[in-house]
Design a protein around this ligand. Structure first.
Ligand code: SF4
Length: 221
């Protein structure tokens, strides 16, 4: 059913306030230059973890883990994701999703089966296509963001940024725009890539950026 390219048995950082396992789902339609999981981008990878293995693992971890995070790649690429999320819940775990938001219709169908969503908002709309390598990507993410906010589900919006991608002024306008749309939880993550300078990541005024949100975190790589 679902194609799983990797798994982290336990993490405390990928699902806020929860101990969780992370499943890395195979396949992503975008080609961000800074992607850290290139082996997961093809729809079918070399190694795969069978769903039966995942269920057997989860049965052994009852009482030890709180939840399961579907990450990637892009998990919503796979039509079997809703069934997998439902199975995770049926086994007594919470279900979380990391997504780039490129399939809003699939995300809308999935939201009732989730307990938390981490949604990437990579850039201002004018920069999106250059980062993802796909035309029209910003509009899809905008629809997904609206759906997540309207659903009432617990969430975090995340922006992976480096001044080599676009300037801080644009980042600040992105933060303004997110806050105006009702985003209350935002994480700014340092982008590390061989194509970007290893030094020079700095914010002129992180307090001003964070003041727009109820919860704001900066994650250095
Ligand atoms: S959306 Fe995520 S998984 Fe897909 S190419 Fe971009 S960084 Fe990689």
């Amino acid at each position: 059913m679902i194609r799983i390219g990797g798994m982290t048995p336990v993490t405390s950082i990928d699902f806020p306030d929860r101990l969780a396992a992370v499943l890395f789902l195979q396949g992503c339609p975008w080609r961000c230059g800074y992607c850290h999981n290139p082996a997961l981008l093809p729809a079918r990878g070399g190694e795969a973890i069978a769903w039966t293995q995942v269920e057997a693992f989860l049965r052994r971890r009852r009482g030890l883990l709180d939840g399961v995070v579907f990450s990637g790649g892009e998990p919503t690429l796979q039509p079997a994701l809703p069934q997998a999320a439902a199975r995770v819940r049926a086994l007594g775990f919470e279900a979380a999703l990391h997504t780039g938001g490129m399939y809003p219709a699939r995300l809308a169908a999935l939201l009732p089966l989730l307990d938390w969503v981490g949604l990437d908002v990579k850039a201002p709309a004018s920069r999106y296509d250059a980062i993802t390598g796909v035309r029209g990507s910003a509009a899809r993410v905008g629809t997904s963001l609206r759906q997540v906010l309207d659903s009432g589900i617990a969430y975090e919006c995340r922006t992976t940024w480096h001044p080599g991608l676009y300037p801080e002024d644009e980042l600040q306008r992105l933060a303004d725009g997110l806050a105006a749309q009702g985003v209350r939880h935002w994480a700014l993550q340092e982008c590390r890539s061989a194509s970007l300078p290893a030094t020079g990541w700095a914010l002129r005024d992180p307090a001003a950026l964070g003041a727009r949100f109820e919860r704001f975190v900066v994650r250095r790589a």
